[in-house]
Design a protein around this ligand. Structure first.
Ligand SMILES: [Zn+2]
Length: 217
């Protein structure tokens, strides 16, 4: 299995940062993408980052690069994972939303199984984050309605569905993860910590390994 890693945005993408600009989403996604690539390779899984440059490339070009790999290695042998962090607004102010979630394209595809594996891995690997979340929620860092693992169970699985170009325009099973909120100060601090980056890379590794095991059966 070839894991195609898409790290979102670029140095020239407007917005897409924490209100204090400590966290730049493109930079964070590249760091975590690199960690994920290294950790997958340590497990003997081939992982290819399709955006190694710092500048942003179009969503269509991201799909073209992913589909070229599907053509080379066989679509059935590829999965696509796009790394992002979420934001509750675009007004440059801190917000009280938080948590981790995963998106697939609408209708049931193999991506739903991959997303469920990732969601389950998030619940396990990010358990320390969830504990921290509950403590900080009691202090007002998160709105009372917020949960550490966000899910849309309306169609029977935990992923959210959206017609994002990188999800609908890629040939292989494709998911996009939104790892916590860059405009929540508590989430941002976790995202920027070594512990946080390692845990988020690790949850992707475990989810991907579990998915590969499930399709190999
Ligand atoms: Zn993003």
């Amino acid at each position: 299995m070839i894991v195609i890693i898409d790290n979102g945005h670029g140095v020239n993408t407007a917005g897409k940062c924490s209100p204090d600009r400590q966290l730049l989403e493109y930079k964070w996604a590249r760091e975590v993408g690199l960690l994920l690539q290294e950790q997958l390779k340590a497990h003997g899984i081939e992982a290819i980052r399709i955006v190694t440059e710092d500048k942003d490339i179009s969503l269509k070009e991201r799909c073209n690069r992913a589909n070229a790999l599907c053509n080379r290695y066989g679509t059935a042998n590829c999965i696509f994972v796009s790394l992002h962090c979420n934001a509750a607004g675009a007004d440059g102010r801190w917000k009280t939303a938080g948590g981790w979630c995963v998106y697939t394209s609408p209708r049931i595809t193999k991506a739903d199984a991959l997303a469920t594996c990732l969601w389950n891995a998030a619940n396990t690997v990010l358990a320390p984050y969830a504990e921290r979340f509950r403590v900080l929620q009691a202090k007002g860092a998160y709105d009372p309605k917020q949960v550490p693992f966000r899910a849309d169970w309306s169609d029977g699985d935990p992923d959210y569905e959206a017609k994002f170009t990188v999800l609908t325009g890629t040939k292989c099973p494709a998911v996009l993860t939104e790892s916590l909120f860059q405009d929540n100060k508590s989430d941002m601090e976790y995202l920027l910590s070594d512990e946080g980056k390692a845990a988020i890379a690790q949850l992707h590794v475990e989810g991907i390994l579990n998915y590969i095991k499930s399709v190999a059966k």
